[in-house]
Design a protein around this ligand. Sequence first.
Ligand SMILES: [Zn+2]
Ligand SMILES: [Zn+2]
Length: 459
Amino acid sequence: MTTAVRRSARLLSLSSRSATTLANTQHDTEPTRPRKRQRVVNPCPSNDGDQTVTVPRRKGKQIEFTPSDFPPRRQSEWKVGAHVSAAGGVENTVINAAAIGASAFALFVKSQRKWSSPPLTGHSIDTFKSRMKEFGYSSSHVLPHGSYLINLGNPDEYVPSFQRFRHPMTISTREKREKSYTCFLDDLRRCELLGLELYNLHPGSTVGEATPEESMSLIAQAINRAHQETNSVTVVLENMAGSGNIIGSTFAQLGTIIRDVTDKDRVGICLDTCHTFAAGYDIRTKEGWNSVLDQLDRDVGIQYLRGMHLNDSKTPLDSKKDRHENIGVFVPCFRFSIDKMSEFLNSSGHLELSTFTHIMTDPRIQNIPLILETPAFDGPGLKLGEGMSIWQKEIDVLYQISEGIPSPSELQEWEGAIKEVVSEAAKSQDSKQRRRNHDGTSSTSRKRKVKEESESDEE
Ligand SMILES: [Zn+2]
Ligand SMILES: [Zn+2]
């Protein structure tokens, strides 16, 4: 097969994939039983491109991983990681983070799409804590992400039943804000049970029923109330890409909320590179990055920066769209053809890898969790510590960048390496999906045949 044909095959696979999001691939918190013996493929590709590690040892029916099952993590002041899966229990996030060479990680502490979930078990809590210690993770480098359902800016109020006749429009939705608060408080308490100190949250939305000022005040009130009902966890407000009624797409709005929070020691912000860029802050040049951080310092205060999400953007500057892309990778929105191949090979995410050079060499960004939320193309059914080859590569490249300002040719080479892994992962997911579809079809047709046969027997 010629190189051109091989590339063509890869590109076709990329074109046919669906844009898998972080949310629908990685964050299933439904319990699954631990698997038997597993192979973790190349947890640290930088060390040895062909290395495979066989893990783990079994103790009774439980699998036990130890740090020696994975290559040692890079020692760096920049703490890079990814939002890893909590499938099978929150305690598994530590293993999943270690498997990809992450020094920081994010997780959902319960299902992110349900209002309520079963409480954390004592076993989960104890195992999570002991693994954190054993694998050498600090709670200040773990950034749990709040439920997507929570909207503390919703003006909708609880109306006592005797007053409801005066507020007929609010009856159907009257409890939304309180429901959000309960879910938020539950998340915070889970963090405290796990010994975690940070909690990242989307600020909220006016839902078109309040002014931004009213919503921002409601968000601050909810944070103040939650501070009273918890002991130590810090609420970290994430900046947003900004569309419609969403709060938090300007630094000024984040600053306004924080000004109304009483306990300033327990509030912070998280800067998402994709959201920042999509909201109109141009961080592509070093000067641009510095001036955006200056503005952050003026509007909020750089001391409130407690974490970052490192994502490239599928959409251009000021697009107001929240579309994450693998760092340095950009798949243009057109159907691939041989003619367009070179366009893809020369393309990159709207931020490009060079943007991450400013971040990964900035001492102001040291010692806070830097979390990838990029597409991983890992479908359901993955075993603990398996898959996530894209994040391994992205983490590896980010660490290489942090070791000195890279040359343009190095950046190009690393961008190509990430594209290669993305392309391979997308191709593998496509073929798994095709197999699943095929199996599904054949089992359905088998069942139909059996049914038809049994019906004909009855006749
Ligand atoms: Zn988020
Ligand atoms: Zn986002």
